[in-house]
Design a protein around this ligand. Structure first.
Ligand code: CO
Ligand code: ZN
Length: 332
């Protein structure tokens, strides 16, 4: 699975610019499903037909990653950017940004305003070795994302885009391993999640599922003095979401996840996340309401260039989803 994960996490795809990552995912899922289509918002929708005795189940993992968009080039050719999604400028300093055209620049910052402790986007600049606005190889409106190869240390995988390419990897691997299923499984690789669940919002309406399950990362505050009290850590199994900042998981969907994990002795954790939300919110609140839940991959340093997950948590997430989708669900 590591090769697929590496391919996915090292690809380019900030919100609104998912064409390249979508083409990669399309090639990987096409052999495992009955049909694949792309909707107007760019969501990739892969449908595996069931035997007809189950539910219509939408799975969703977002393809997009956080990044930047060029808002201004100054007279000396330094590139100024605005964030796409929740980017912390402090975490980008000293790193590199790759733009759509392939050009790579170095991120640094100018003098902080009086009283400021950390730089904001107004102080951030990207050096692409240009000497003037006219000769700058990067243009206003171009997007960029952070450039970091994936590393693998002690069973942990680190990259700039675990959020949420690791969820995409889980869906792809689930589709690969899933044999005959009672359910009509519709796997959506959604767009523009990081700017407000926009892809999943239209995809959920279009797919009109009976059950929605998102796969996304959640915080793993098992690091020195994290400052939040949350019972989630790496290497202890995927986290079954109970609640986050935008959704309370539908009770029977959450219970279905727990019962399946127990029955198959798959390790799991229970997640109560204070802020943030996932595509599950968009699914749950579409149409006249859809029973929805979320399976989370615990992730340290979310929205940094070194998002870190545990490979065993990822593998156990696949196991759990395959087990869930292989049998009829409790609401049948
Ligand atoms: Co995110
Ligand atoms: Zn995410």
């Amino acid at each position: 699975m590591n090769d697929i994960i590496r391919t996915l996490v090292e690809s380019f795809g900030p919100s609104g610019c998912e064409d390249r990552i979508r083409a990669i995912i399309r090639e990987l899922v096409e052999p495992c499903v009955d049909e694949v289509r792309v909707d107007a918002l760019g969501n990739l929708i892969a449908h595996k037909r069931g035997t007809g005795t189950g539910k219509r189940i939408m799975l969703s993992a977002h393809m997009d990653e956080i990044g930047v968009i060029v808002s201004y080039i100054d007279e000396k050719g330094f590139v100024r950017v605005q964030p796409i999604g929740g980017v912390n400028p402090m975490l980008e300093i000293g790193g590199r940004v790759q733009f759509e055209s392939g050009i790579v620049g170095v991120v640094s910052y100018s003098k902080l305003p009086n009283g400021a402790q950390v730089p904001g986007f107004d102080q951030l600049f990207i050096d692409v070795a240009a000497s003037s606005r006219e000769t700058c190889p990067v243009k206003v409106g171009e997007t960029g994302c952070f450039l970091q190869p994936m590393i693998e240390v002690g069973g942990h995988l680190t990259s700039k885009a675990m959020d949420d390419r690791i969820g995409c990897a889980v869906l792809i691997e689930t589709l690969r391993q899933l044999g005959t299923t009672p359910h009509d499984v519709v796997a959506v690789f959604s767009t523009q999640e990081e700017v407000g669940l926009r892809g999943a919002t239209t995809a959920a309406f279009g797919v009109a599922p009976e059950v929605g399950i998102a796969v996304d990362v959640t915080l793993s505050p098992d690091t020195p003095e994290p400052g939040i009290k949350m019972a989630v850590g790496l290497d202890q199994g995927p986290a079954i979401k109970i609640k986050d900042g935008g959704m309370i998981a539908t009770a029977w969907v959450k219970d279905w996840m727990i019962a399946t994990a127990e029955a198959n002795t798959i390790p799991y954790q229970l997640e109560v996340l204070v802020g943030g939300t996932t595509d599950a919110r968009a699914m749950q609140t579409t149409r006249d309401g859809i029973a929805s839940g979320c399976l989370s991959i615990p992730c340290r340093y979310v929205h940094s260039p070194s998002e870190t997950v545990s490979l065993s948590d990822v593998q156990n997430a696949v196991k759990l989803l395959v087990a869930m989708l292989s049998a009829v669900c409790p609401a049948n």
